[in-house]
Design a protein around this ligand. Structure first.
Ligand SMILES: C[S@@+](CC[C@H](N)C(=O)[O-])C[C@H]1O[C@@H](n2cnc3c(N)ncnc32)[C@H](O)[C@@H]1O
Length: 328
């Protein structure tokens, strides 16, 4: 018996986690499992897994703000909304400059749609929230998608891509695993026909990680979880009972907009720096491709130290011959 979650809830969380992690390896053509068994399942997902997804969204929104932000949307669609965490996190961030006129929550599951709509209405009274199981034909200012790519069945991807292609802005966040990140990279190539990249790529060229010779690489980043994961009993129980490494929040994402973007002309650090004796290996992505570059500790001791704890930070590096310097 847990202190914060009873045994039944912990079992529900374990099974849900196994189902969600299994989606990535689902054989082609096999239907994705439906897992929203009850309102309690949605509550537990929202409390645990969606909270972690919200922290990834916070990191994404930080990076997008550093890259100039996105124009305030009048209409927002959250595609595969689940409990609505993507829409809630984005609205919290933009609320001070005005809420959208309309938010549409799309999910194939009715209980999820109702849960997500209620959570948005509770947090943003007066917000015009609609729910739908059908892909709307109209275009939206902002389309959100979060942790949905692995669940799509054969006919589901084209409508999502068409909806994203018709939007002014797209924010799409997925897990940071190799398979899913590379799948998202493939969709980036499709959406570059209509959009430019705000982040994470510091360029709009082909994805360096998908280039020949990079078959074992993938574009992934790490968000910084809030202090509460280390200090509260609830999270300690989740760590113990579900065996989740709460310090690690790997994610992949795309922030796209229709209007052209000014790119920083520097390399963006991917993944985690890999430390060796007296040097660190940095996976950098820039307009010329993705490449692992060594940096010697003695060339910049302060930067070497700062790289040890850079989860959640956007690290941009400039190359000058063999020397790497950090873009402030
Ligand atoms: C893993 S959950 C993610 C929910 C939420 N976006 C998040 O990040 O927490 C995926 C959601 O996508 C929904 N979904 C999967 N395929 C769908 C489809 N083809 N059309 C609409 N919703 C879909 C599922 O019902 C589920 O609620």
């Amino acid at each position: 018996m847990g202190t914060y979650f009873n045994q039944k809830d912990l079992q529900t969380l374990r099974e849900l986690r196994a189902t969600l992690l299994g989606m990535e390896q689902r054989p082609d053509g096999e239907a994705a499992q439906r897992y929203w068994a009850s309102r309690r399942t949605l509550e537990l997902y929202d409390q645990v897994f969606a909270a972690r997804i919200g922290w990834k969204w916070a990191a994404v929104l930080d990076e997008v703000e550093q890259r100039g932000g996105l124009p305030a949307p009048r209409t927002v669609l959250d595609w595969g909304t689940g409990t609505g965490v993507a829409a809630r996190t984005v609205l919290r961030r933009i609320a001070a400059s005005g809420l959208p006129d309309q938010v549409v929550l799309l999910d194939r599951d009715e209980t999820a749609r109702e849960f997500a709509a209620a959570s948005l209405r509770a947090e943003f009274p007066g917000l015009a929230v609609e729910t739908t199981a059908e892909v709307p034909e109209r275009a939206f200012d902002l389309v959100l998608a979060s942790h949905v790519l692995d669940e799509l069945e054969d006919d589901d991807l084209p409508p999502l891509i068409a909806t994203a292609a018709a939007a002014d802005q797209v924010l799409w966040v997925e897990p940071g695993s190799m398979v899913t990140s590379r799948r998202l990279g493939a969709q980036r190539a499709v959406l570059l026909e209509t959009h430019d990249v705000v982040a994470p790529c510091p360029h709009r060229g082909a994805c360096g990680v998908l280039a020949e010779g990079h078959e074992r690489d993938w574009c992934h980043l790490f968000a910084r979880p809030p202090a509460e994961v280390h200090t509260t009993g609830e999270w300690s129980e989740i760590h113990r009972e579900l065996r989740i490494d709460l310090r690690s929040l790997p994610y992949s994402f795309l922030a796209l907009r229709r209007a052209p973007v000014e790119h920083p002309g520097a390399g963006r650090l991917l993944g985690r720096p890999r430390f060796q004796k007296g040097r660190v290996l940095l996976d950098l992505c820039d307009a010329e491709g993705a490449e692992t570059r060594p940096m010697l500790q003695r060339t910049d001791k302060a930067l070497f130290k700062a790289l040890k704890d850079c989860a959640g930070e956007v690290v941009l590096m400039e190359r000058d011959g063999d020397r790497l310097t950090r873009r402030p």
